[in-house]
Structure formats: structure tokens, C-alpha cells
Write a protein that binds this ligand. Structure first.
Ligand code: NAD
Length: 387
């Protein structure tokens, strides 16, 4: 019996969007999962293709290619950039390489999706932003937490005025993997490779989330940092200096009068990925925590006087951002889905004129806050934020 073709299978194949991903460890795993999943859950204008995984060691690249499902592996980034069939370069490497890899990709006319923090300095971030603008390509920064459904809902609630004028931002990002002095040294402990410690790693997310949720810009900051463990052993047993912060806290004033407190640490025993933000406005509050990422706590002072209190909204029902792309109501999603959402929105933006956020303008703004608070911590004074 001959089965008739469905209209879907008769429709014309989509144009491929071929991605080359540089780096294939933690974020390589998260990004490649997104690259493979995105077309199964989102209707996109392109077929997203995991074309090349790029690294430095041929054996590890081949292992990554097989595991992550790329068509090809390469240890020659220049050769990959020279190819006309590669559309997007995805940068999933340590922080000191974001600038050089991104600049080379932009010079080759590629769209770029870059991991955070965008750069090592504001100056470098601006050069990346300006070259992207001159080349007329699209760029993205992987601040994936914006696209947790509950965080996106919080943005929607604040933007439509439900909690009134924002007065307080209270943000903390706590981890514990460097609490022990015996935790090994890695590139994340070397200023030349990462720029800063918990600050650029975790506060960068909090700064981006604050700008996303509130639309506020940072005016001035006052920072404090500490390195509790001054040396650590590397994989070969050699003791290496640690010249970045284990913990970094700062106060902030925003344009328009709101105030904020920010704290990031990798030395808080028991706290694994405790990424939390609370926003208080004149008429209500919202609180979100990544460790309960599908829930949003909402307080509204216009609720009946005898029913006031924080309510917990489960954000995986039909009206919630991204929920309809996944499963029936209440069937929850996880960390990896935030990367799928980021990629889906970026691919959708390639067909339209609407700019994707966070882009390199946002990256420059985040970098300016990071840098100003580092200057403040060093000088023990308030420092104005100038992007
Ligand atoms: N968005 C998030 O939630 C999130 C989470 C973790 C890390 N990150 C960011 O992602 C980036 C990568 O972090 P990670 O945790 O994946 O690090 P990682 O150490 O797990 O992996 C780094 C990868 O880059 C490769 N690499 C290093 N130098 C390279 C070079 N010069 N050329 C090509 N490949 C190179 C390594 O071989 C490895 O495959 C960092 O900038 C980090 O801040 C973001």
C-alpha cells in the first residue's frame, strides 16, 4: 500500500544554518544539546545543523564530535572561518579567548554567539560590539537564565507595571565548589585567563538579569572582594597562585533612584547553584531562584487585604513564556532548556529586523558594571559606571 505524503513531508526543505562550535567541555555540552534539540521543539526559519566542533586536540575533538553529534571535527579554526558554508560561530571557550575568536569570526563575516562574560575588559567588549555593527552580522551573548520561563514571566510582570516602580534589586549567586582549599586549580583561578573569579562568572549573570528584568541602568557601584584560598594544586599536583576573587559583593545605585545589592561566591558550603533575585516595587515584589527555576514568587499589594502574601506561580502552563513549545501544562523543564530557548530566539531573530538580546551592546553594559565594581573594590570608593 502506498501511503500519501503528509503536507509537512511535501514542504520544501528549509535552508540550513550551519553552526561551528569552538570548545567542547561544559558549555560545549550545553550548546550542542541546544543545537540538536532546537528544531524539534521550535518552528524555525532554518534547519539548524551541528556542522563542526572545533578544539585543539584531534582525539578529544573526535570524541566530542561523536558524542555531541557534529558532522565534522576540526583543530583548525582559521580553516573553518574561511568556509562559506559556515553561518554561525559559537564561542564556548575560556574568557580570555572570547575576544580573539569572536573578532576573527566577525572579520570572516560570521554571526557569533559568545559565552559570558563577553570580554576581559570594557575596551575589548566595545571593539567586539563595534566590529559586529560594522560587519552587519547578528551577535548573541549566552546569558541563558533570562530565558527560564519564570524569569521571562517576571520581566513581563514588571514591564506591564504590576509591581509599580522598582525600588530594590537584591541578587545573590552562591556556589560551593571552591569552599575547600583542596579543590583543584583551573583556568577559573587565573586572572590572565578569566579576568575575575566569582565576579565575572556569577555576578555577570546577576547584572544581565537585573538589566533584563527592570530595564534599569547601573549608575554607580561600591565593591568588595576576597580570595580566601591563595594557592591551589593543579592537575599535576603543582601549587599555583590564585589571583582572582573567591567572593565579590557590591552595592549599586541605578538611574532613577532604585538601589541594589549583589553578592557572588564560590565558597558557600551547601549552596550549589543558588542564583536568586528579588525585585521590590512600589506595588509588589517578585522573587526567582534557579534551583526552583519553574516557580515565580509574586506579591501584589492590590490583592484583597485578607489574602495578601507571596504566591508561588508554577510557570509551565499555556500562558507562560516558552511553555507551549514543550509539554502539557505543569510538565516541567530544566537548566538545559534555557540554552534551547536562547538559540531558538536567536535563530528566529535572523529572519526579522528585531534585534536579539542580550547582544554585544548588553555585553558592554555588563562589562562596564563588572569593571567599575572591580575598580571600586581596589580603590575602596564608589565608582560611576560608564559604558
Ligand atoms: N552561560 C552559563 O551558564 C555558563 C556556565 C558555565 C560557563 N560559562 C562560560 O562558558 C565559557 C566556557 O566555560 P566552560 O565551563 O565550558 O569551560 P570548560 O573548561 O569546561 O571548557 C572550555 C573548552 O574550551 C576549550 N579551549 C580552551 N582554550 C581554547 C582555545 N584557545 N581554542 C579552542 N578551544 C579552547 C577547552 O579545550 C574546552 O573544550 C566560559 O567563558 C564561561 O564563563 C557559561
Amino acid at each position: 500500500m502506498v501511503t500519501s505524503l503528509s503536507s509537512a513531508s511535501r514542504s520544501r526543505p528549509k535552508k540550513p544554518l550551519r553552526i561551528a562550535m569552538v570548545g567542547h567541555a561544559f558549555m560545549g555540552r550545553a550548546h550542542s544539546n541546544a543545537i540538536r534539540q532546537v528544531g524539534r521543539f521550535f518552528d524555525l526559519p532554518f534547519e539548524v545543523v551541528p556542522q563542526v566542533v572545533v578544539g585543539r586536540d584531534p582525539e578529544r575533538v573526535e570524541a566530542a564530535r561523536q558524542k555531541f553529534g557534529f558532522v565534522e571535527g576540526s583543530v583548525d579554526l582559521d580553516a573553518v572561518l574561511a568556509r562559506e558554508d559556515i553561518d554561525v560561530i559559537d564561542v564556548a571557550t575560556p574568557n580570555d579567548t572570547h575576544g580573539p575568536i569572536t573578532m576573527a569570526a566577525l572579520r570572516a563575516g560570521k554571526h557569533v554567539m559568545c559565552e559570558k562574560p563577553l570580554a576581559m575588559t570594557v575596551k575589548e567588549a566595545k571593539a567586539m560590539r563595534d566590529l559586529a555593527a560594522r560587519k552587519g552580522v547578528r551577535v548573541a551573548l549566552w546569558h541563558n537564565y533570562r530565558r527560564a520561563p519564570a524569569a521571562s514571566l517576571a520581566q513581563r510582570i514588571i514591564a506591564r507595571g504590576d509591581i509599580g516602580t522598582v525600588r530594590h534589586v537584591r541578587a545573590i549567586y552562591l556556589q560551593d565548589w571552591l569552599a575547600s582549599p583542596d579543590s583543584p586549580w583551573s583556568w577559573r583561578n587565573d586572572r590572565a585567563l578569566c579576568g575575575s573569579g566569582a565576579h565575572g562568572d556569577l555576578n555577570a549573570h546577576l547584572i544581565d538579569m537585573t538589566r533584563f528584568l527592570t530595564g534599569l541602568e547601573f549608575a554607580e557601584v561600591c565593591g568588595m572582594e576576597e580570595t580566601f584560598t591563595k594557592t591551589r594544586k593543579d592537575g599535576a599536583g603543582k601549587r599555583r597562585p590564585v589571583d582572582v576573587d573567591d567572593a565579590f559583593a557590591f552595592l549599586a545605585r541605578f538611574d532613577g533612584g532604585a538601589i541594589g545589592t549583589f553578592e557572588a561566591t564560590r565558597a558557600a558550603p551547601g549552596r550549589k547553584n543558588y542564583n536568586q533575585i528579588e525585585i521590590n516595587g512600589t506595588k509588589g515584589s517578585v522573587r526567582w531562584n534557579l534551583e526552583r527555576m519553574n516557580e515565580l514568587e509574586v506579591f501584589r499589594s492590590d490583592d484583597a487585604a485578607d489574602c495578601q502574601g507571596f504566591r508561588t506561580v508554577m510557570c509551565m502552563d499555556g500562558p507562560h513564556p516558552y511553555a507551549a513549545n514543550w509539554w502539557p501544562d505543569g510538565h516541567i523543564i530544566g537548566y538545559e532548556h534555557t540554552f534551547v530557548h536562547t538559540l531558538a530566539d536567536f535563530v528566529l531573530s535572523l529572519k526579522g529586523r528585531k534585534p536579539f538580546h542580550p547582544n554585544f551592546d548588553d555585553g558592554v553594559a555588563v562589562q562596564a558594571v563588572l569593571e567599575a565594581s572591580q575598580k571600586s573594590a581596589a580603590s575602596r570608593r564608589w565608582v560611576k559606571v560608564r559604558a
